[in-house]
Structure formats: C-alpha cells, structure tokens
Ligand binder design. Structure first.
Ligand code: NAD
Length: 484
C-alpha cells in the first residue's frame, strides 16, 4: 500500500447517490484506504442553479488538479439546453474506455448463469453520443454517428492489452457492420488489424443483435467484449441484470491522465431517501479505483469482505433470494462489510490482488499516413413536399439543374432508392438525398459543387445539407443507396 494519501474527488450525486456514497466511503476508510478526498458538487443541485453542464467552475478546477473521481449517479435533467454531465465528464477528461466487469455470484445472488465472468470495454466518447443532432425538415430529425479511426483503435487496443494483462483468452467485437458498413465497418476493420498483434488471444466478431442475445442466454462463453458506445451501454445493463442485479455493476472510465469510477445504475429516484439501495455497484467501483491507485491491500480487503457478506446472506432488497438470511439497508450492508474486513470468502472464489493501474493498458497511437483523398460527387439533401412527393417529379427537376459536368445519379428517401428506379410501396417523407456524380466519372471540384448549389438556390430548391463523396486511396468512403 502506498504510504502517502492519493488525492481523489468525490461527487455524491443525486437520488440514491448520497446514501450509497456514504456507505462506500465508510467501507473504504475502514479498510485503510489512504485517500485525500475533496468533494465536488455535480448534478441536480448544480443544474438547478442554471449551470447547464451540471458542474460549476470551482468543481472543474478541483477536478483538473486531481483527475480521479468517484462519482454517485446523476439524475439526467429533462428538456433542452442542458448537457449530460456524464458525457461531458467523459469527454473533458478524455475517458475513452468504459470498463464494466459483469460476474455472477451464484448461489448467493440468483442467476441462471453461475459461470458468467465477462468484461465489457465500451468506447466512451464517440458514436451517437457525440450528441450532434438536427431537425432538418418538418418530418425528419437526425443524429450523427461518428466513429473515428483513432477512437476505435484506442479502445480496441485497450481491450486487447487489458485481456492480455488479466490472463483472458478471448476478445469479442460486436458491431452492426452488415448495415453500417462505413462506420461500424471501420470499427470492425480496426479490430481485425489489432487482433493480428495478439496471436495468443482468440478474437471473434458478432453482429450486435445476436451478440446481445448470446450475452443474455450464454454469457459464460464471453471473456472480454469491445464495442462502440451505444451498443456497449445497452449490453452492459443486460449483462449486469443477467449476472443478478443492476445494483451490482461497477464501472471504470479510463483515460491517459484521468479516471472516473461509478456504479452502472442510475439515481433510482424510486428508492431515493429510503436507505434501501444496494451500495455494491459503487463500492466495487471504489475497489477498482483502489486497484488503479495501487492500493492493492485495501482493495483486496474490501473485495473479500464484500464477498463474505454476500455469502453470509446479508443482502439488500434487490438481492433477496433463497440464500438471503437478512434483508438489510445500505448503511447496515456497509456495516456488515466493515465487520468482515480481514476475512476471506469460504465458498466464493477469493478476490485477486489485481494488476494495478488501469492506465497501464492505455495505448500510444501512431499517426497513420494520410490516404489520397478525391472528391467524386456530392449528396445534396433536400426538403421537398410537392407533386404528391412523386420521386419522378423531383428527379426531373434536379436533372435539369445538374449542369453540364454533373448528373443526378439517384434519389433516396430514408436511405431507400426511389429514383430512377423505385417501388411505389416505398413511403416517402419530405427529406430526400439526391446524389450527383461527375458526368465523365472520376473526380469533381468544390467549385462545381458550389455552382450546383447556386443553381438549386436560384431555382428555389430548399437544400438542407450536403455530404461530399470521397474516395480514399481509390476506395469509396460512402455507402450506396439501399436498392442501388
Ligand atoms: P436506474 O438505474 O436509476 O434504475 C433502474 C431500476 O434499477 C430501478 O427499478 C431502480 O430502483 C433499480 N436500481 C438502480 N440502482 C439500484 C441499486 N443500487 N439498488 C437497488 N436497485 C437499484 O435507471 P433509471 O430509473 O432509468 O434512471 C434514473 C435516473 O438516473 C435518470 O435520470 C437517468 O438518466 C440517470 N442515470 C444516471 C446514470 C449515471 O449517472 N451514471 C446512469 C444511468 C441512468
């Protein structure tokens, strides 16, 4: 154990947050954790004061000085103008990987899968959580899904390094690259590249839908799962429930210079103030934090005492089952763990000492050479609600405006091709993607694109956005229309 105290920030959070944080801090302190704690204010109270980020300037300052945070759950405010604090913290601290272990504690916690012991490594900064959303027409909204090469590589490398360090044998990637060939395709391609550097580890890819189904029905077959942000968010709640209770799930958000530890569950407003919530998710997040800080003895003591408490049948209400001797509240559960500090479990496996700082797996990425990029067309998105939305009418109008160097190649509506060929059954909205390509094939120029937009503008066509079509080293960087 390090002799000096580690400087950390604590945010108690909302709803059940203060109750489970109080229980957690008492256990950590009793186990001899050497922590210099500074409390920061985040969440509902701060939002109420009109701070739209949910964290005020003073707290930011403290967090920047000591970027290790143990955080209670936050109630996400409804309504426009406010930002999700969790997303802000993850991005501001560069916490790119969210590590979520899901283990079963049978027979003491009910589960159909006693052998389950998996870890989900969720990408934490990108994907639909970039939160770039627009309403573009009367009928259509969009959210941009951003998947980047360095973002994918960083989290995938982290997952492989974590697996190797912890003696795991297999890493599974889950995406929906059969549909999202460009974005999820990049994540999967990067996974395949990194996997080649870890020949001793088995690697596999599953489509996220069947992958999630398998996590629900055969979780014991998985060891480490790496996945983009949204899938990982959903999957880790499924996995925590399959393991026994969402109240048991802990997570570490990891970056190069900071880390944030929290339970995976939310602020459970239905339980707030009753003192009955399970503090285990936050407590086990605290154990991850102690291991990260190198305080292995304290981490081991808490982990083993916690396991022993489960074995002794002292359970919070969410864990009530055949092995429960007494249902206890959050504070009494903490007392029970404290009483058992120094004891080891008798039937459950004893905790492992851990392998130290989570940051040990953070990779340094090499800048890749930039590929040759060529502009080969443009998708112009148009708000159009005329002529009974007959695609042929829009097709004729835009063909006439395409000019001499560009031609209208296709129109899609919600991704489905409706012109030049389409099916009469396709229901069309007021949002049309119109693809223009060079007449001669090959490349075009920004100037030609701007001239096209000028013609559309002069003709009163309401274009709402453009997406350029590029090739990279000759390979198209865009998808075809469905049905094209
Ligand atoms: P929730 O996780 O708070 O609750 C879901 C269910 O699980 C509820 O029935 C609740 O009683 C139960 N539960 C949760 N934690 C428990 C515990 N420790 N012990 C026993 N039972 C527990 O999810 P929700 O109700 O969808 O969300 C409530 C609020 O929390 C929302 O504002 C949401 O945005 C927010 N949230 C915050 C975080 C976070 O801060 N990391 C994560 C998820 C949700």
């Amino acid at each position: 154990m390090s002799e000096s105290q580690d400087k950390i920030c604590v945010a108690r959070g909302d709803g059940i947050g203060p109750e489970i944080m109080e229980a957690t801090l008492r256990v950590l302190e009793s186990a001899g954790a050497k922590l210099d704690v500074r409390e920061i204010q985040v969440g509902a109270e701060v939002y109420r004061r009109g701070v739209t980020s949910g964290i005020d300037e003073d707290s930011w300052g403290v967090l920047m000085e000591r970027p290790v945070l143990l955080k209670g759950p936050i109630t996400t405010p409804q309504g426009g103008g406010v930002k999700s604090l969790n997303v802000t913290l993850r991005k501001a601290l560069g916490l790119f990987a969210n590590v979520r272990p899901c283990q079963s504690w049978a027979p003491f916690v009910r589960t159909a899968h006693p052998e389950m012991d998996l870890v989900i490594v969720r990408e934490n900064e990108e994907d639909l959580y970039a939160g770039i959303e627009h309403r573009q027409t009367a009928e259509v909204t969009q959210c941009l899904k951003l998947i980047t090469q360095p973002g994918s590589e960083r989290v995938i490398r982290y997952a492989f390094a974590w697996a190797r360090l912890h003696g795991r044998k297999r890493v599974t990637c889950m995406t929906k690259d059969n549909i999202m060939k460009v974005t999820d395709g990049l994540f999967r391609k990067t996974f395949n590249e990194v996997a080649r550097e870890y020949p001793e580890l088995e690697s596999e890819h599953l489509i996220i839908d069947i992958g999630s189904a398998r996590v629900a029905t055969q979780p014991e077959r998985f060891e480490v799962i790496v996945t983009p942000n949204l899938y990982g968010d959903i999957l880790s709640d499924i996995a925590a429930e399959v393991a026994g209770s969402v109240g048991l799930g802990a997570s570490a958000n990891v970056g190069a210079s900071g880390a944030m530890f929290e339970a995976i569950h939310g602020s459970a407003p239905d339980l707030a103030g009753q003192g009955v919530a399970n503090p285990s998710g936050l407590l086990l997040a605290g154990v991850m934090m102690l291991r990260h800080l190198g305080q292995r003895e304290a981490a081991l003591a808490v982990d083993n005492a916690w396991r022993r408490t489960l074995e002794d049948g002292l359970h919070t209400a969410d864990l009530r089952g055949a092995e429960t001797r007494r249902v206890v509240g959050s504070a009494a559960f903490a007392d029970a763990v404290i009483e058992r500090l120094g004891e080891a479990p008798r039937r459950l496996k004893a905790a492992s000492p851990g392998v130290g700082a989570l940051a040990a797996c953070v990779p340094t990425l090499e800048r890749r050479p930039r590929p040759e990029k060529a502009l080969v067309g443009v998708d112009v998105f148009v708000d159009w609600d005329e002529a009974d939305r007959a695609p042929s009418a829009l097709g004729e109008r835009l063909t006439a405006l395409a000019g001499s160097s560009l031609r209208l190649e296709m129109i899609t509506n919600r991704g489905v091709q409706v012109w030049p060929r389409g099916l009469p059954q396709t229901v069309c909205t007021d949002h049309w993607r119109c693809r223009f390509r060079p007449v001669e094939g090959g490349a075009t120029t920004h100037r030609e694109v701007v001239a096209l937009l000028e013609r559309l503008s002069a003709a009163g066509v309401d274009f709402i956005k453009t997406e350029h079509l590029y090739t990279f080293d000759g390979a198209p960087g865009f998808s075809l229309g469905q049905g094209q």
